[in-house]
Design a protein around this ligand. Structure first.
Ligand SMILES: [Fe+2]
Ligand SMILES: [Fe+2]
Length: 280
């Protein structure tokens, strides 16, 4: 299984530059081109939230217009910049967002790895939470298939990143309970998040937790005494998660790559089918 993770696209009105610098629609268009050029292509593209800079029907329609070109199926989960009602209007009840309940959470069953998509949004607030109701829902879903490898996806990372503000730890409530819950379910191969606009990985809940990169404006890393949160000019990126049958000596596992987005010189091929084609 090849899973592409797109996150924090922060799509604005067509032509708008976010913070006066960042053409988020261009970056998403470029990401779609890169994903469509993958050979083999992905089985699924998962968006881990903050689809729009501010959730609205016109912005979600702009996002939909760009991602219609995707050849792989797309699934979305909400972030703090999103609006549940507007998301429901544009995506609700479709294969992108098959839910009708209060929370926009659901399960993707038709992939080699089961993907449980959680909704961590607290309306009109930047941080997120896993409240008792959402934790109970997740526990019930994980209890259904204890032997199937599973990814738990959510917008707000449950771990401390070493950064500042809500980028230090996106999940302000329910993180400790989530940690304990996941330890009861050994089939969880990875926790995938977004929100911090930076590729970060650590151990959490007895498994690996990763925040995927953003296609809009990355946040720089500053561990100095002032703990600045800078919008950096590093290239935007997507993540590619490969479910490989021989990832480890013990068997299958998830292997995660970061793919920067930009216009590069053509590749220089060193090996083809394992055979060197370019002399040193
Ligand atoms: Fe974001
Ligand atoms: Fe966010």
């Amino acid at each position: 299984m090849i899973l592409v993770q797109i996150s924090d696209t922060h799509i604005d009105e067509p032509g708008a530059l976010v913070y006066g610098h960042f053409d988020t629609s261009w970056a998403l268009t470029k990401a779609v081109e890169i994903v469509n050029a993958m050979d083999p292509g992905p089985d699924l593209v998962l968006h881990t939230g903050d689809i729009a800079s501010h959730g609205s029907v016109p912005r979600y329609q702009a996002f939909k217009e760009i991602t219609t070109a995707l050849e792989a199926p797309l699934a979305v989960i909400p972030g703090n910049h999103d609006d549940r009602d507007a998301l429901r209007l544009v995506f609700g009840g479709t294969s992108s967002l098959p839910t009708t309940g209060d929370f926009l959470h659901y399960v993707i069953e038709d992939q080699a790895v089961r993907i449980i998509c959680c909704d961590t949004v607290i309306a009109d607030e930047t941080p997120g939470e896993m409240c008792p109701e959402r934790l109970a829902w997740l526990e019930a879903r994980l209890s259904e298939t204890p032997d199937r490898p599973t990814i738990v996806a959510l917008h707000h990372p449950p771990f401390y990143s070493g950064m500042t503000g809500s980028s230090a730890k996106g999940l302000v409530r329910g993180g400790a309970e989530l940690d304990v819950l996941l330890r009861r379910h050994g089939q969880v191969v990875c926790v995938l998040a977004g929100h911090v606009h930076r590729s970060i990985s650590t151990k959490f809940g007895g498994t690996i937790a990763i925040s995927g990169p953003t296609t809009c404006y990355p946040f720089g890393l500053d561990t100095g005494p002032e703990r600045l949160l800078n919008i950096s000019h590093e290239p935007p990126a997507i993540a590619v998660h490969l479910w490989l049958p021989d990832a480890t000596p013990a068997g299958p596992g998830l292997v995660s790559h970061t793919l920067p987005i930009g216009d590069w010189a053509p590749p220089i091929t060193l090996l083809k089918a394992g055979v060197r084609v370019l002399a040193t």
